[in-house]
Design a protein around this ligand. Structure first.
Ligand SMILES: Cc1ncc(COP(=O)(O)O)c(C=O)c1O
Length: 401
């Protein structure tokens, strides 16, 4: 089969709701993927922060095959060893006491909203949720209602009532809303990924934590994109000097299988009583077994150190390119393996992304004139050097056009 045929068929039979690159992928290994003509690409999209161990990782393959031969699904009518083991591993490596499993980031945030409201009902009938402008939390109604970009919500109103948006990084703005005794939770991303890898001012998140504690408001961190090692620690909050009350995970947790999770302290988790929330497929043994191997591999193979070292090198080299090509690159922002390169305008960013994939490096075009670079955690300095070389030649091509 040829790439063109693959593209034509999906364009003919699939919904037209995605803006896809004109590339059809057949297979992947490590940091690399191949199309149907055998063209090789360095995959610095990781399927939007999902394939953190790269493609075809032997540990994931082993876990997958082993579990496939045992049991794939049985629902939460029953206990499985795999769900207990992954929950234990997540609890032992985080602030949380308990884990609820679902299938996606949107579902994890739905669970967080429901838990916050149920807790709020029992604590002064609080129900309002504060979220941040520019934040992204998913496409289902609850998660969309707390997503801070109007463009995602515009055609689907009315949204969930009781949601207020504040400026990301503006503590005073948040403080005004937090005085409202009907607020049950604040939800935000430690770094806004979809918004273009936007960092809040230093110290802001810690102050949000204090404000939430002082005002009896739950702090929910959405680590769906930045969790599972991407910033150089298993969870981004570990580098911030505080703990959230609830945390949502998905994407890389399942190593490519559908998997999401809500983590919470026991005193909050207990509010989701039997029958109050659930998922048929959530926590299925296949996703759990693979999820366990993802976390175990990240910890045992020293991948967090790799993210820190190679990520720091990558960011500093991109900063050099920024100084050299300041005519078109405005800024480079990043932590570990979540990197945003901001261009002077969105046309320029799109042109560079196009040249990059034509030259064999896959990256993501994102909000605010940014290219988002999300390498797998296994990426070596050699692979980064290859990407940098292609990056520079692609910049030349755009400038010369
Ligand atoms: C921070 C964040 N939260 C939630 C989501 C939604 O996740 P999903 O697409 O798995 O529903 C995303 C997806 O990009 C995300 O980046």
């Amino acid at each position: 089969m040829k790439s063109e045929q693959v593209i034509d068929k999906l364009d003919r039979y699939g919904f037209k709701n995605y803006g896809r690159y004109p590339i059809a992928l057949e297979k992947g290994k490590g940091c690399w993927v191949w199309d149907f003509e055998g063209n090789k690409y360095l995959d610095f999209t990781t399927g939007i922060a999902v394939t953190n161990l790269g493609h075809n990782h032997p540990n994931i393959k082993k876990a997958f095959v082993e579990q496939l031969e045992k049991i794939v699904h049985c629902s939460n009518l029953f206990y499985t060893k795999e769900q207990g083991s992954l929950a234990e591993l997540l609890v032992e490596n985080s602030f949380a006491d308990r884990v609820f499993f679902c299938n996606s980031g949107a579902e994890a945030n739905e669970a967080a909203i429901k838990l916050a409201r149920k807790w709020g009902k029992a604590n002064g009938r609080r129900f309002k949720i504060i979220s941040c402008k520019g934040g992204f939390h998913g496409r289902s109604y609850g998660s969309l209602s707390i997503t801070g970009h109007k463009k995602y919500r515009a055609d689907f109103s009315p949204m969930l009532p009781g949601v207020k948006f504040v400026k990301y990084g503006d503590l005073e703005h948040l403080q005004n809303f937090a005085e409202d005794k009907k607020v049950c939770a604040v939800i935000l991303e430690p770094i806004q990924g979809e918004n273009g890898v936007i960092f809040p001012p230093k110290g802001y998140l810690k102050k949000v934590r204090k404000l939430c504690t002082d005002s009896n408001i739950l702090l929910i961190l959405d680590e769906i994109q930045v969790g599972i090692g991407r910033t150089g620690s298993l969870f981004a909050y570990e580098q911030l000097g505080f703990e959230p009350d609830l945390m949502t995970l998905a994407k890389a947790l399942g190593g490519g299988l559908a998997c999401g999770a809500l983590l919470a302290k026991d005193k909050y988790a207990k509010h989701l009583t039997p029958g109050s929330h659930g998922s048929t497929m959530g926590g299925n043994p296949l996703a759990m077994k693979v999820g366990y191997s993802v976390i175990e591999t990240i910890i045992e193979n020293g991948l967090l150190d790799n993210v820190k070292t190679v990520g720091t090198y990558f960011i500093s080299e991109l900063e050099k390119l920024q100084s050299k090509y300041s005519k078109i690159i405005k800024e480079v922002r990043g932590q570990g393996f979540i990197i945003g390169v901001e261009f002077v305008n969105s046309d320029c960013a799109s042109e560079v992304v196009k040249k990059l994939y034509q030259n064999g490096v896959l990256t993501i075009i994102t909000e605010q004139k940014n290219i988002r670079i999300l390498p797998p955690l296994i990426t070596t300095k050699k692979e980064v050097d290859f990407a940098l070389k292609i990056f520079e030649s692609s910049l030349h091509e755009v400038l010369d056009a």
